[in-house]
Design a protein around this ligand. Structure first.
Ligand SMILES: Cc1cc2nc3c(=O)[nH]c(=O)nc-3n(C[C@H](O)[C@H](O)[C@H](O)COP(=O)(O)O)c2cc1C
Length: 379
C-alpha cells in the first residue's frame, strides 16, 4: 500500500514538475513559503499531512543515529523550516507576541515529512542577502542558494516554538549557526552558546541540536570556523549549555582537507559531539554574479559530500568515539542515499530532493533506500 501511494506521488510530481519549473527557483520557493504558512494553520492541513505520512511511512524502519531514535533513515535537512528574516530582535519578539507565524512550515512539514531539522538560527536575527538568492540547475538536479542565514534570531525562534510547545512534533532537530562576521573567537563561542541557551531555557525538547559552522553564504569563509581551536571552544561551550537536553551534532563543509577533518573528528571525540552532518552546501560563484558565493546542493554536491563522509568514516573508525555520520548532499534517490550508508553514514538528510522529487521526497527516498539495501543483500 505504502509503495503504491509513493509511486503514485512520485509519478504525479514527475508530471507536475515541468509546470512547477516554469517558475524560476526563487518564485517557486517564495510561493512554497506562503503555502507552508497557510498549511500550518491549525486544523485540516496538518491533520491531512499526518494521515498521508502514516500511510506512506508504514514499513519504514526506525533507526538510531547520533544518539537519537529516528522514525526513518531519511529526514529533512536544515534551511527549509527556519523562519522569516528580521532586522532586529525587538521586531521579531513583537511579531511573536502579536501571534504571527514567524516559522512557516513548523507544523505542516514535520506532519508531512517526519523528522525535520529546524533552523539555522543565529544569536541575532538576520534579513539574509538581498536580491535573488535561490537558483536551480535542473540538468544536474542541483540547487544553489545564498539565502545568507535569514532567520528571526534564536531568542524569538525559541519564544515562538515555546508558545506552540504542545503542537511541536515528537522528533525534530534544532540547528544554530555561528554568528556571521564575528572575528573574535570568544564572542563567536559566547553568542553560539547563548543562542542554544534560549531554546533550553524555553523548555524545548528537540531530539537533537546541531551546531552549523559551515554556511558558505555569508561574509565569512566557513573553513575559518572549522579549525581545531575554534570548534573545540564552540563545542565545549555549547555542550555545557545543552547538557543532558539532547545530543549535539556538528554540520561541516564539503571542501575540507584531510588535516582539518582529522582535527574535527578528534574534537568531536573530545567534546562529546554525537554526529557529524556531512555536509552543508559547497560555496561556488553565484549564477547572477560570479563575485558572490552561493552554496551548491543536490547532484553537483553529491561527490564532495560523499567523499567527506567516506574520509570522516575512515577517521572515526580509528577512534572509539561514539560518533555517527549523517550523510547530506545530493541524496536525490535511493541509490545516492545508499552511497552514504555504504560510506558509513547512519542516517541521511535531504533538501534538494524536495525540489526534484516533491514533498514526499523523504519517504520516497527512504523506500528506494530499502529496495537498494535488499538488492545489495541479494547480490
Ligand atoms: C535554500 C537553502 C537554504 C539552506 N539553509 C540552511 C541553513 O540555514 N542551515 C543549514 O545548516 N543548512 C542549510 N542549507 C543546506 C542544507 O541543509 C543541506 O546541507 C544542503 O542543501 C545539501 O543537501 P541537498 O543536496 O539535499 O540539498 C540550505 C540549503 C538550501 C538549498
Amino acid at each position: 500500500m505504502a509503495r503504491f501511494l509513493l509511486s503514485a506521488a512520485d509519478l504525479a510530481y514527475r508530471a507536475a514538475r515541468p509546470l512547477v519549473f516554469t517558475m524560476d527557483a526563487q518564485a517557486a520557493h517564495d510561493l512554497f513559503v506562503r503555502v507552508m504558512r497557510v498549511g500550518d494553520s491549525a486544523g485540516i492541513f496538518p491533520a491531512m499531512a499526518r494521515v498521508m505520512r502514516r500511510a506512506v511511512e508504514s514499513g519504514t524502519a526506525p533507526v538510531t543515529a547520533g544518539g537519537v531514535s529516528l522514525p526513518s533513515t531519511v529526514m529533512i535537512a536544515a534551511g527549509l523550516v527556519k523562519g522569516d528574516g528580521f532586522a532586529d530582535e525587538d521586531a521579531a519578539l513583537r511579531a511573536v507576541e502579536a501571534g504571527r507565524n514567524i516559522i512557516p512550515g513548523w507544523r505542516l512539514m514535520p506532519a508531512l515529512c517526519g523528522a525535520v531539522e529546524f533552523g539555522s538560527y543565529t544569536r541575532w536575527p538576520r534579513l539574509g542577502n538581498p536580491g535573488r538568492v535561490i537558483w536551480r540547475d535542473a540538468g544536474a538536479r542541483s540547487t544553489q542558494n545564498r539565502v545568507g542565514l535569514k532567520n528571526p534570531g534564536a531568542r524569538a525562534a525559541a519564544a515562538f516554538l515555546a508558545a506552540h510547545k504542545q503542537d511541536l512534533p515528537d522528533v525534530f532537530g534544532l540547528n544554530v549557526a555561528v554568528s556571521p562576521g564575528v572575528a573574535d573567537p570568544a564572542q563567536e563561542r559566547d553568542e553560539a552558546a547563548e543562542a542554544f541557551s534560549f531554546f533550553v531555557a524555553a523548555g524545548l525538547t528537540p531530539a537533537w541540536f546541531t551546531l552549523n559552522v559551515s554556511c558558505p553564504n555569508t561574509e565569512d569563509d566557513p573553513r575559518g570556523h572549522q579549525t581545531r581551536d575554534r570548534t573545540r571552544a564552540l563545542c565545549q561551550a555549547v555542550g555545557a549549555v545543552i547538557g543532558g537536553h539532547g545530543p549535539l551534532w556538528l554540520k561541516i563543509s564539503p571542501d575540507l582537507g584531510d588535516a582539518q577533518l582529522a582535527a574535527l573528528v578528534e574534537t568531536c571525540a573530545e567534546t562529546g559531539v554525537r554526529a557529524l552532518v556531512t555536509t552543508n552546501t559547497l560555496g561556488q560563484p553565484a549564477p547572477s554574479d560570479p563575485s558572490l558565493t552561493a552554496g551548491v546542493g543536490g547532484g553537483r554536491l553529491h561527490p564532495a559530500a560523499l567523499d567527506t563522509c567516506q574520509r570522516i568514516a575512515h577517521l572515526r573508525d580509528q577512534t572509539d568515539a561514539p560518533l555517527d555520520i549523517i550523510g547530506c548532499g545530493g541524496a536525490l534517490d535511493g541509490a545516492a542515499a545508499h552511497d552514504f550508508m555504504q560510506a558509513g553514514a547512519s542516517a541521511v538528510q535531504l533538501y534538494s530532493a524536495l525540489i526534484y522529487r516533491g514533498l514526499l521526497a523523504a519517504s520516497i527516498v527512504s523506500h528506494e533506500l530499502d529496495l537498494q539495501a535488499k538488492l545489495h543483500q541479494d547480490a
